[in-house]
Design a protein around this ligand. Structure first.
Ligand SMILES: Nc1ncnc2c1ncn2[C@@H]1O[C@H](COP(=O)(O)OP(=O)(O)OP(=O)(O)O)[C@@H](O)[C@H]1O
Length: 387
């Protein structure tokens, strides 16, 4: 556990970046520090590995006051990941990852072999080992940064906006991979971001800081969204926090059977099976996209499919379910099994009904049908107009 006890940092010149901060980051969990620019997140993080010394107060790791430890020894037990990966440009990827093990005296071939293993661990091919950082994409560099921090297998990791220099799609991927990795590794992580969405996605608990380095609230993501401590936190977590909170609610979703066609089927069959002008096209039970009745041609072809609707996983969150319905051109969100096979579809209205039922604690919604043929649809109007 990392513990801050009444920690204050005043820089020469008089700026108090962190003021009387007390908080605990539990062992094996991700604690996120989030807050507006200049609220003291980076200063707080860098005081843990003593790149910055506190003006007063103590920081301890597993009960040991860090001020009593030799900074070099302290840092060996702490992985540190920063924006852009912070890689040495003139060193190969494997040399970058092996930096700390080599410093600690591990022989080169062992350190490089481990570096290549770590590359795979963070989702990169070993073939990148001999390249230089400039020959990698931003997302790949970030992954290497994580691999480098993991190389000495430190129990504690400090991560300062590690995913903020990449585009939103890559960022979402990196977050998901990072969470998978953490499920295996169980490190004690202190993670800094200014992005509340990232904080609630990654944090087991989230500390919201306000400018001046004051802790405004420390809570689990769902608690933070449901019960912001004050106007500042409410404002910071945002106006759509009710929608975000759906990320934490798993629902038993009332998916209904959805008739399907395959690529190559006739436009006539598609028209017969369509509901409100749209029919779902699948391949071996996997959803491919939606086909609009009245599309040119007499066959369903892959080029004519409307793509872009998100998929909701069976047993997933209500946010994902609602998003799938809102993003589907047919208005029917596609629910899939863990294997990616079609489980059924649902409308936004059906998701809202589940939300309402959960809110009022009334009876549970009907379960997802495992067998799409088991349940007839509520509405069926073949040949309807395309939207
Ligand atoms: N070396 C320094 N000397 C003087 N003031 C500093 C120094 N480093 C940071 N500060 C000030 O301390 C305050 C907190 O800075 P810090 O970098 O910790 O904030 P932050 O929350 O990480 O911000 P950001 O999200 O913009 O990176 C700011 O007002 C900043 O200007």
């Amino acid at each position: 556990m990392i513990r801050f006890d009444a920690v204050t940092k005043t820089y020469p010149g008089g700026t108090t970046a962190v003021d009387g901060l007390t908080l605990e980051a539990p062992t094996g969990q991700i604690t996120v520090l989030v807050g507006p620019s200049g609220c003291g997140k980076t200063t707080s993080l860098r005081m843990v590995n003593r790149m910055i010394e506190p003006t007063s107060g103590t920081i301890s790791i597993d009960g040991r006051d860090t001020a009593s430890m030799d900074p070099a020894t302290l840092r060996r037990g702490i992985g540190y990941v920063i924006q852009h990966g912070g890689l040495f440009p003139h060193h190969t990827i494997e040399r970058n990852i092996a930096t700390v093990p080599l410093l600690l005296g591990t022989d080169k071939s062992t350190a490089y072999a481990r570096a290549r293993e770590l590359l795979e661990r963070v989702g990169l091919p070993q073939s990148l080992a001999k390249r230089y950082p400039a020959q990698l994409s931003g997302g790949q560099q970030q992954r290497v940064g994580v691999a480098r921090a993991l190389a000495a297998d430190p129990p504690v990791m400090l991560m300062d906006e590690p995913f903020s220099a990449v585009d939103p799609v890559v960022r979402t991927q990196l977050q998901a991979e990072f969470l998978r990795l953490q499920r295996d590794l169980g490190k004690t992580i202190l993670f800094v971001t200014h992005d509340i969405d990232e904080a609630i996605t990654l944090g087991d608990q989230v500390a919201v800081l306000r400018v001046g380095g004051h802790l405004a609230q420390m809570a689990s993501p769902s608690e933070l969204l449901a019960h912001p401590a004050d106007d500042f936190v409410a404002d910071f977590v945002g106006r759509d926090r009710g929608y975000r909170a759906l990320s934490f609610v798993d629902g038993v979703l009332p998916a209904l059977a959805e008739p399907t066609v395959a690529v190559g089927d006739s436009a006539e069959l598609a028209r017969e099976r369509a509901i409100d002008g749209w029919v779902l096209v699948t391949d071996d039970e996997r959803p491919l996209g939606w086909y609009a009745v009245g599309s040119p041609g007499d066959q369903v072809t892959a080029e004519r499919l409307a793509l872009g609707g998100t998929l909701a996983r069976q047993g997933g969150t209500l946010r994902a379910a609602l998003d799938s319905a809102l993003s589907a051109p047919s208005g029917r969100g596609v629910v899939v099994t863990d294997e990616g096979k079609l489980a059924g579809t649902l409308t936004a209205a059906a998701v809202i009904e589940v939300i309402e039922q959960q809110r009022t604690g009334r009876d549970r919604a009907p379960a997802v049908q495992d067998d799409p043929s088991a349940e007839p649809r509520i509405q069926h109007s073949p040949g309807g107009e395309s939207p």
